[in-house]
Design a protein around this ligand. Structure first.
Ligand SMILES: C[S@@+](CC[C@H](N)C(=O)[O-])C[C@H]1O[C@@H](n2cnc3c(N)ncnc32)[C@H](O)[C@@H]1O
Length: 241
């Protein structure tokens, strides 16, 4: 079955367009993927999707709130006055409650479930730029070399009513001022643009002697989703002091 078909089966909240993009990147990895982490679980549908698509993978999801069972109308199911915690169809699926910005939580989870590194990490969480940045700083070093890091829904950085988002100022559109190119830098869109500097890090390092070669092999930017391939390990993504 295709990713889109499995997604419908499990009621994952993934737009079909994302899944058609992901399929070409993920299909070659179905047999080799052993550890996948998704930030943002909601009702758990996407964890079921990944577990079915990657038959050898331990699939770990984190969410700031409990993951509970839902009925046909997507309403939480209660028993004895309490929401019933979700049970997953596979013992390879693990869900944990915690924040995407909690470094100790994420590193502990990684040593428990991906001691040799994650093959795939998907950030479908708060969609708040500063929090996605924190996750990236913690988790990209814990991705395997050649692994994929996906960030979803970066377009919320153009929404004035979304945390850290801002309306696009048309004065910033394809313009140049004295050889500089000002740009929309708010929220998740701003963070994704900073990642372009990671793609250019070898050139930056050669000229500025930052001491830090490129960790990103490539970054493919799609409407709504960004896919990043890891090139190498470095002790920290921060420049040496
Ligand atoms: C878009 S939903 C995830 C959908 C799921 N990946 C799917 O495809 O079915 C985003 C989830 O992120 C969670 N979330 C929001 N902020 C968070 C944070 N700071 N840390 C962890 N989870 C967070 C929300 O509770 C929500 O369940």
């Amino acid at each position: 079955m295709s990713l889109a078909e499995i997604s419908v089966k499990h009621q994952a909240l993934k737009p079909p367009y994302y899944l058609s993009v992901y399929e070409s990147y993920l299909a070659p990895l179905t047999a080799s993927t052993t550890a996948l982490l998704e930030l943002g679980v909601n009702r758990g549908g996407s964890l079921e999707l990944w577990a079915e698509y990657f038959p050898r993978a331990t699939v770990v999801g984190i969410d700031i709130k409990d993951i509970v069972e839902i009925d046909q109308d997507w309403k939480p199911i209660y028993k004895n006055g309490r929401p019933v915690l979700k049970t997953f169809s596979s013992s390879r699926i693990v869900s944990k409650m915690g924040s995407q910005a909690d470094e100790a939580f994420l590193t502990g989870l990684s040593s428990d479930y991906a001691p040799r590194g994650w093959d795939i990490i998907i950030d479908d969480c708060s969609h708040v730029g500063s929090l996605s940045l924190q996750s990236f700083l913690t988790l990209f070093p814990l991705l395997k070399i050649g692994g994929l890091y996906i960030v979803e829904d970066w377009g919320v950085g153009y929404k004035p009513d979304f945390a850290e988002g801002e309306a696009f100022d048309t004065k910033l559109h394809l313009t140049e001022q004295d050889g500089k190119f000002p740009s929309h830098a708010s929220g998740l869109a701003g963070f994704i643009k900073q990642l372009v500097d990671e793609v250019g890090m070898d050139d930056i390092n050669a000229l500025s002697k930052t001491g830090r070669p490129a960790v990103v092999d490539w970054m493919h930017v799609y409407k709504g989703a960004v896919i990043i391939k890891k090139r190498r390990n470095v002790p920290s993504l921060r420049f040496p002091a």
